[in-house]
Write a protein that binds this ligand. Structure first.
Ligand code: IVH
Length: 671
């Protein structure tokens, strides 16, 4: 009897461990969350009834019950080093030349290129496969023993997988970090409760790992990627860094999926530019890339200089945060009339460019951050995102200017400003009578995703409106060459090009046309859904709220935005005038082909796909007759999830909607 219970417990633990491996390491969840929770509950119940059978490596035993007084010191057998930096191509090339000089031979060198994760380095020791110690880096020689906190991180296995090459004692190193999503969620919750928020995921991860009460750490969304194991070539038969990453994976340790084997420093550079593009889409922060000579024998030959290896280097991204001064705060009026507070800054170099404006988003944000004219502030620029003010840096008792008040009238046209209850946004009430909104509407109309009028950028739109050559989108089609030539910095050639581009834009598609109208909250996806649903413009203009809500992607708010847009006389006049001016599209041939293999199915794409972009995946699905929408509902056939999927998975699970991975998608497309 006793053995059968202990067997049952053992089986359950193994099953849970296997699911953890599928979920965290392979990134291929094998069962839905609810099923996993059931397994955990069964195990908990059995252990509660048989406390003598509880072991430290049981998945139920992650969170200890007691806070500790302090973190004992933890000595590192092999010191934890730091890395040298390079900042550009020339410095990287010099790094490779130094290696070859040192090796005294001119051989081709392969590198493992890995994101430089922006978190905290840790060292974990496994003995006979059991996690026995977790430590911070500290000064490199001695860190702090944070075993109890490390145990609470769900993606860290308490027990490694059985493996023929698993050494008796294994020390692995990696970076503990907080995902961007986890960070945002945690800060939002803290804000709601009026608690302190963290400035960035790195600080949040560091703060979380240094909690004296592991129960607090357990509540933080911490994660890890492992990047090395000490003495791995002596302990196993791997010969390269890249192989050792694969081996760590087989042991059950999570490895960054973006790590890649690349040839030479040029290979490193292409990795750098690729990952720079992906960076914003990935759900973890990185502050650069680490290149490591792949061959472990070469690594040993190269050795170390002071505290850094000669065989590895960090290629840092340009700093993303900088300190500067707010010269004044302005309100800019956008296409929808929303007034956005913008901090005008003393220009500062950050993230590779000079920044002189940073957004403050809305009045709630201005009040929360309490940014005022003359304040010293930290600003942050992440990738292509608009720079934003992170926070003020004030000296105690510093004299400051008055706090910022929302304007009562529109700074562009003097009309009243309104604030809709429950919305953080304040708006100019003048609609298209406000020149700023008019300009916004025209810029949107001309943009790449809308009518795609090449050469008609923001500055030119401003000029055309300011010179009163146009006041509405349809006026574009009646512009005369001599008028355009008369504008500042406009030659005859550019004027002809512009006219040709305007002419060419007349031939468009129904979805572009709908999108270009700038109906509030009708983005590209919704415009496309509308164009798919309505056979022509006439029927769209007659649509009512109920009918619109039949369309996937259109909820009550968007439906209301659409009907109120088409109900307004001046919008109808614009639409008519555009058709009158010669804007045309071919009505989409409806996919009536019942044989289209995916007809009647609706998919939602989420996360980053590897082999396809989301747009091309979506196009391919549509070609096979499927619908692709952006939100999950009971009508969804399946959610297709790439790496780092978002809340859509949770929603799918809650609704019992199937979740497929990229492999399934490729199969689906082959059918
Ligand atoms: S390798 C001797 N790989 O960068 C090799 N480090 O400046 C040293 N880091 O303390 C570590 N991502 O916290 C390595 N893929 C990666 C890394 C990485 C982040 C951090 C780590 C280390 C620091 C070195």
């Amino acid at each position: 009897m006793a053995t059968s219970i202990s067997n049952k417990i053992k089986k359950l633990r193994e099953e849970i461990q296997q699911h953890n491996y599928s979920y965290y390491v392979l990134d291929e969840p094998a069962i839905p969350d609810v099923e996993y929770d059931k397994l955990m509950r069964s195990l908990q119940e059995l252990e509660e009834a048989n406390p003598n059978l509880i072991t430290a490596d049981s998945p139920t035993q992650r969170v200890g019950a007691k806070p500790i007084d302090s973190f004992p010191p933890a000595k590192h057998e092999v010191p934890m080093l730091s890395l040298g930096n390079v900042f550009d191509e020339a410095e990287l090339e010099a790094f490779e030349i130094r290696i070859k000089d040192r090796l005294k031979r001119d051989i081709n060198i392969d590198y493992t290129a890995e994101p430089k994760l922006d978190g905290l380095a840790v060292s974990l020791i496994y003995e006979k496969g059991m996690l026995v110690r977790g430590a911070t880096r500290g000064d490199g020689a001695t860190g702090e023993d944070i075993t109890e906190n490390i145990r609470t991180i769900k993606s860290i296995p308490l027990k490694l997988r059985k493996h023929k090459s698993l050494p008796k004692k294994l020390e692995v190193r990696g970076e503990v970090f907080m995902s961007k999503k986890g960070f945002d969620k945690m800060n939002a919750a803290a804000r709601k409760k009026g608690e302190k928020t963290f400035v960035n995921p790195r600080n949040a991860a560091a703060g979380s790992l240094r909690q004296l009460d592991p129960r607090n750490t357990a509540k933080r969304p911490l994660d890890i990627y492992f990047y090395s194991a000490t003495k791995i070539e002596e302990l196993t038969n791997v010969t390269t860094q890249y192989e050792s990453l694969q081996l760590l994976k087989e042991f059950g340790l999570k490895v960054c999926p973006e790590a890649k084997l690349v040839p030479g420093y040029r290979g490193c550079l292409s990795f750098y530019s690729e990952i720079s593009k992906q960076r914003d889409k990935l759900d973890y922060e990185m502050d650069g890339v680490v290149y490591k000579v792949n061959d472990l024998a070469l690594q040993n030959e190269l050795g170390f200089v002071s505290r850094a290896p000669r065989w590895a280097v960090a290629h840092k991204f340009p700093a993303q945060e900088a300190i500067t001064v707010v010269e004044r705060i302005e309100f800019q009026v956008g296409r929808t009339g929303a007034l956005t507070p913008v901090a005008k800054l003393e220009p500062v170099f950050v993230g590779g460019v000079t920044v002189s404006n940073a957004t403050l988003h809305n009045m709630d944000e201005v009040q929360r951050k309490d940014v005022r004219q003359g304040d010293k502030v930290i600003i942050r620029r992440a990738g292509d995102v608009i720079p934003e003010v992170v926070k003020t840096v004030l000296k105690p008792g510093e004299k400051r200017s008055k706090s910022v008040q929302a304007p009562e009238v529109c700074p562009e046209c003097g009309s009243d400003v309104v604030r809709i209850e429950d919305e953080a946004v304040i708006r100019c009430s003048a609609g298209l009578y406000c020149p700023a909104q008019r300009k916004g509407a025209i810029k949107h109309f001309a943009s790449r995703t809308a009518m795609d009028i090449e050469g008609l950028g923001d500055k030119l739109v401003d000029q055309l409106v300011d010179e009163q050559l146009i006041s509405s989108v349809q006026d574009l089609f009646y512009l005369q060459k001599d008028e355009i030539c008369a504008l500042e910095r406009m030659g005859e050639k550019s004027a002809s090009n512009l006219l040709a581009a305007i002419e060419a834009s007349k031939q468009t598609s129904f979805e572009r046309f709908i999108y270009s109208l700038g109906i509030r909250e009708v983005g590209v996806a919704t415009a496309s859904a509308l164009a798919d649903y309505f056979p022509d413009l006439k029927t769209l203009l007659k649509a009512d709220i109920e009918q619109l809500q039949n369309i996937d992607d259109v909820g009550p708010v968007v439906a209301d935005n659409i009907t109120s847009f088409i109900a307004q006389m001046h919008n109808r006049e614009v639409i008519e005038a555009l058709v009158e001016a010669g804007v045309r599209w071919k009505n989409k041939p409806k996919i009536t082909n019942k044989k289209a293999s995916l007809a009647g199915n609706t998919y939602v794409l989420t996360g980053t796909l590897e082999q396809l972009t989301r747009t091309s995946a979506s196009e391919k699905l549509k070609q096979l007759g499927a619908k692709v929408t952006s939100s999950v509902s009971k009508k969804t056939t399946a959610v297709i999830a790439g790496a780092n999927p978002g809340s859509k998975i949770t929603k799918a699970e809650a609704l019992g909607v199937k979740v497929l991975n990229e492999k399934d998608l490729l199969k689906l497309l082959k059918t």
